[in-house]
Every structure is written in C-alpha cells, then in structure tokens.
Design a protein. Structure first.
Length: 625
C-alpha cells in the first residue's frame, strides 16, 4: 500500500543548484505530510517518489522499482491478485525476477506487452512506468477507479500524484467554481474534476503516454458496460456463486492477517461466509451508534454467531463523531459529504488493531441492482400511460405545492424523464436551492453536464441498467470507492472489495434486469445465489449499511457546534450563510429534514478552512522566499 507523486519536466535538463533546491523543497513539503519514509528516483527528465503506508511491508516493497537493467522504473498503488499466474506465464517466456512483488510483475508484463499490460491485471491499481530509454511515461488506473490518480501541468512540468493535496505544493491552489457547483449537487466532486481548477483525475479504465514537452495521449482500455443475455435464474445464480467465491478466496491470499467487515446485511454476510471457507477463524468487525435504529451491532453479532466467526464491535457517540471529523476530511483529499465515511474511518481504526487486510462488501448494490431507488422505474410506470399535456399540467401543480406535501415528490419524479431526475445515488441541492446557497452561482455548471453524456451512451439500456451505469460512473467513483480507499489508508489498513472484481462484473453485466429487480426485492438473483451460504435470517434483510444519526444530532447534540461552524467559516464570498442558518433553524423546528444539505455545507466549510486555505497560504509563502 503506497502513495506516489512526482513530475515530468517539459524540457529535460541538468537542473541548476537553485532549481534542484526548489524541487527538493517542494518534495520535502509533500513528504512532511506523512510520517512514513519516502524513496525517490530522479534523472534529467523525471522525479518518481513513493511513500510506503504499510509498516509490515516497509523492508520489502521498495519503490520506485526498476527492471531490465534499470530501463523501466515504476511507482504503484494497489495490489494485483493474479500476480502468481502472471509471474509463471512470464517465467515460461524467459523473464526473470529479483523479488516476489506484484510490482515487478507489472514491470515485466509492460516490457512484454506495453499498454496491453492493463488487460491482464486483476485488482485495484494506479501506477506510472518510466521508460528511461525511450524517455516516455506510461500511466494507468483500474476500471472501477478503486485507486486514485491526479495530475496537473504548468509551464515547467507535468505533475502527478495518488493524493490530490500533494499537487497543491507545485503551484498556487485555485478553487474550482465548476467543481464547487457539482459538489453541492452530488456531495462529492465527480471526476475528472477536482476542487482545484488546475488538477484533474485520470478517468478509471484509462491509460496514457506522455513524453517531455508533448501532450498527454489518453486511451480507454476497459469500459464498464452492460450486455444482458438470456439465461435462467438457476444458471445465473450458479455463475454468481462460483465467481464470487473465487474472487473472495483469491483476495485472501496473503501472508498477512485478514478480517472482514460485517454489518449483518446480505453483502457483507456473503463475503464473510465465503471467506470462512478459506479461514474458519476469520475475525469480523462492525460499528454502530448509541441510538435506536442506527446500529447494526446486534444484527451483526447474531449473524456472526450463525456463521460461527469471531466478532468485534464498537459504539460511536456524537462527541467522538465530531472529534474525528477533521481527520476524516483531511484524509479524504477533496471533500466528500457522505456521513458514512466517519463510521468507516472508525471501523478501519478498530480493525487495524487486529488485522492488516480487511474484506468489505462494497459493489454488490451497483453490480446487482441493490438500491431501493432502482425500484423507481416500476413505481412510476403509471406515468407512461398519462398523456404529455396532462403530465405538464401535473408538473405545474406539483411545482406550487409546498415542500413536504404528500405526493409532490412522486408527481415531480413521475413527470420528469429519468435522464433529468437521476444523477446518481445522492442528490443534495436542487438548482433552485443552489441559486440561494452559492454566492457565485452559474447556471452553466449544471449537474447534467456530468450525467447527460453518460445517458447518451446507454439510451438502449433498460431504465434500471441506465441507473446502474450512472451510479458506476459517478457515485461509485466519487463516493463509495473514495471513502473506502481513504478511510482504510488513514490507518494503513488494506481494504479489499471482492464484488469490485473484473470477473464478477463480467457475470453481473450479462444479467437481464428482470433477474435483479422484482416487485418485491432488489438484488434478487444475488440473494438466490447466496441461498444456503448466508443464513436465511439475513438473505432478505432490509439494507442499513453504516447509518448515521445526523438528522437527530443536528437538532440536539450537534446543533450549537453546527451553528458555530457556519457562523465562523471564512466562506462568506462562496456561501450564503443566512440561507444555511435558516435551513438549520427549520430543521431544528422539525419543519423538514435538511440534515443532508446542512451536512454537505459543513463538510465543505471544514475542508475549505483546514485543507484549502492552509495550502494557499503555504504557496504564497513559498513564492515570497
């Protein structure tokens, strides 16, 4: 588990003493952000640097790593689960290895196949390879976006990092107004945007080549698409069970200790049940809150007993919740206003006390259509039979109804095409609300700038699969995998998600919608595939995940804290504080539930003050030296 960063100069040259010192100062500031040691490779064109985050590998996994008489150099974040098979194939072709690292396998495979290397890799990855002979940089990111990759350019160089904040040290940070607009729609900044207007993300499933002074050349290599085929429930269930079992067992192959998160729902229970086949003593972990309806601890304990595995649990109170929040926001990089990040951060902290690797159930809902909102096309089907003119009239009536009136939302959703109402699993502020919220609102930064190009690619999909596709390309990349990666990395815990596997996705992508969403349930075929593997008591459990009681806390325990954050935040030119304080007041009076809107603002305000402004100040100080 590593972080990487560095730069490729536009003009290769022998650096002067002052230039070397300036570069070393910036690299040192990046290194100072982490307590771990760094390694560097430096020549007249490039600097590659790596920080190892996992103490257990600190004497083994030395990067940057070289291959073929130091022609190729690599920095890599991730893990390749099929590295043993790839290693053997390469050995059969005459390749030799100096280490047992999956990192060296990537290098050897690149020497053999060039960019086709990415087609053979199974696992999360983000890496760069420098070809010293050709003076050419190659980079790639896995198809799901499990591992991050950021880059920027200025007049001097092309800069790259697996941590967005590392790039703040190479130029003065500039707040991205477009990214800010999208954040208040999505609760995260959807890629390729970031909160810094100069920094971009490499899209998942892309590789690139870059030579000094030349433009970056990007290409997609593994787009995520659905190609349903006719099949029976029994055949589909058998395939799912087989491929998921293989993915779980493969991801458990390690010399280090492995545990699993267990919430008591079907997804995490499936991972634990299949993991138990390989390790009967696998420990499990969950967290919950000291409030009725917001804890799965009892359900998880019951499931652990039925599966006969060791279980650990931890209860979180409101005080600890806000105490760790700044650490969570710092670890996240760009702001992500998903409250579930905090319990995940604490769950990772507690798990790290016992294990080095944790298995988690992310991905089942997106691949197998598990979210309740995927029922929406069925529940709104009645509007298919209502003439367009009548729908227009109904929409006008709904528009003048006060918020909270029963039926208003149903009519608005039913009279709005899917492509205009669904931008992913979370939608926070409407455009009307953003006009009131943002001091520099611009109508051109509409959230459909992100979603409409995606819909245009899948107009032939069923409605459910269109929603899955949107979630895979927005929600998963911007929220689910970001918080999974950052919250586990914050504690040097290696989090692995067996559902997010290329072979599991291949099976899921071929399922017809009628096998995933029925009138009675979601994830239907997955549940049937797990019958007899997970206890019957959890097979059709209502999904909770890591529920967070911010709706209640913002009325009570956190009310004064939230008000103080809003009033003291140095964001007067960006945020209409009176509007936010009014939302908080109305929320506390039980007029409507505004907790998600308020929370999204609070996270941005804390991020802006603790992450963005200090970087701006540091950049200014550097310029004055």
């Amino acid at each position: 588990m590593s972080e990487f960063y560095g730069y490729l100069l536009h003009q290769p040259k022998q650096l002067s003493k002052d230039e070397k010192q300036k570069g070393n100062d910036n690299l040192k500031r990046v290194e100072d952000q982490s307590p771990k040691r760094s390694n560097f490779y430096l020549d007249e064109c490039i600097c590659l640097s790596e920080q190892n985050l996992n103490e257990i590998n600190i004497n083994k996994n030395t990067q940057p790593l070289s291959y073929e008489n130091k022609r190729y150099w690599i920095i890599f974040d991730g893990v390749i689960y099929n590295d043993k098979d790839l290693r053997q194939q390469l050995k059969n072709q005459g390749y030799h290895f100096q280490t047992e690292l999956d990192t060296e396998v990537i290098l050897a495979l690149y020497a053999e196949k060039r960019e086709a290397v990415v087609q053979d890799l199974r696992g999360p990855f983000s890496f760069l390879i420098w070809d010293k002979e050709k003076k050419e940089l190659f980079g790639a990111r896995d198809s799901f976006g499990m591992k991050p990759f950021y880059f920027m350019e200025n007049k001097d160089a092309f800069y790259f990092s697996s941590i967005v904040k590392n790039l703040y040290f190479w130029d003065e940070p500039k707040l991205n107004l477009e990214g800010l607009h999208y954040y208040f729609s999505y609760q995260y900044v959807p890629g390729p945007h970031t909160m810094n207007s100069d920094i971009r993300q490499l899209e998942p499933g892309y590789y690139f080549y870059k030579k000094p002074g030349q433009a970056i050349r990007k290409s997609p290599f593994a787009p995520l698409s659905f190609k349903p085929k006719e099949t029976t429930l029994e055949k589909a269930a058998d395939k799912i069970q087989s491929v998921l079992r293989e993915s779980v067992h493969l991801q458990m192959e390690s010399e280090h200790s492995v545990g699993a998160f267990l919430s008591g729902g079907v997804d995490s229970s499936a991972i634990v049940a299949l993991a138990k086949e390989k390790n009967p003593k696998i420990p499990t972990f969950t967290v919950g809150f000291k409030r009725d309806g917001f804890s799965e601890i009892n359900v998880a304990k019951k499931t652990a007993d039925e599966l006969d595995v060791t279980h650990h649990h931890y209860e979180i109170n409101s005080q600890e919740f806000i105490e760790v929040l700044p650490d969570v926001i710092r670890a996240m990089g760009d702001p992500v206003a998903d409250p579930a990040a905090i319990p995940l951060y604490i769950a990772a902290r507690e798990a790290k006390k016992h294990v080095d690797i944790i298995l988690s159930g992310e991905g089942a809902d997106e691949l197998f259509a598990g979210y309740n909102i995927y029922h929406e096309p069925q529940s709104l089907r009645i509007f298919d039979y209502i003439p367009g003119s009548l729908q227009t009239a109904l929409q006008k009536i709904a528009a003048i109804l006060p918020q909270g009136v029963r039926g208003k939302s149903f009519i608005e959703r039913g009279t709005t095409p899917l492509r205009d109402r669904f931008i992913g699993n979370a939608k926070i502020f409407s455009e009307l609300e953003k006009r009131k919220l943002l001091g520099q609102y611009q109508v051109k930064y509409h959230p459909t700038n992100i979603s409409h190009p995606l819909y245009n690619k899948v107009a032939h999909y069923s409605a459910v699969q269109q929603m899955q596709y949107i979630d895979l390309h927005t929600w998963v990349r911007g929220d689910i995998l970001v918080k999974a990666d950052r919250m586990s990395k914050a504690h040097s815990l290696d989090l692995r998600s067996p559902f997010f596997d290329k072979k599991v996705f291949q099976v899921a992508s071929e399922l017809p919608s009628e096998l995933t969403v029925t009138k009675k349930t979601t994830k239907y075929v997955l549940r049937e595939a797990l019958r007899g593997i997970v206890p019957d008591s959890v097979l059709y459990n209502r999904k909770l995940g890591f529920p967070v009681p911010i709706r209640h806390w913002l009325k009570d325990e956190l009310a004064d804290w939230a008000k103080k954050i809003i009033q003291e935040s140095p964001t007067n030119d960006l945020i209409n504080k009176e509007y936010v304080l009014d939302l908080l007041s109305r929320h506390q009076k039980n007029e409507l539930d505004y907790s998600r809107e308020i929370w999204t603002v609070l996270v941005f305000m804390i991020w802006y003050e603790e992450n963005f402004l200090p970087a701006v100040e540091l950049s200014k100080n550097n310029k004055n030296r």
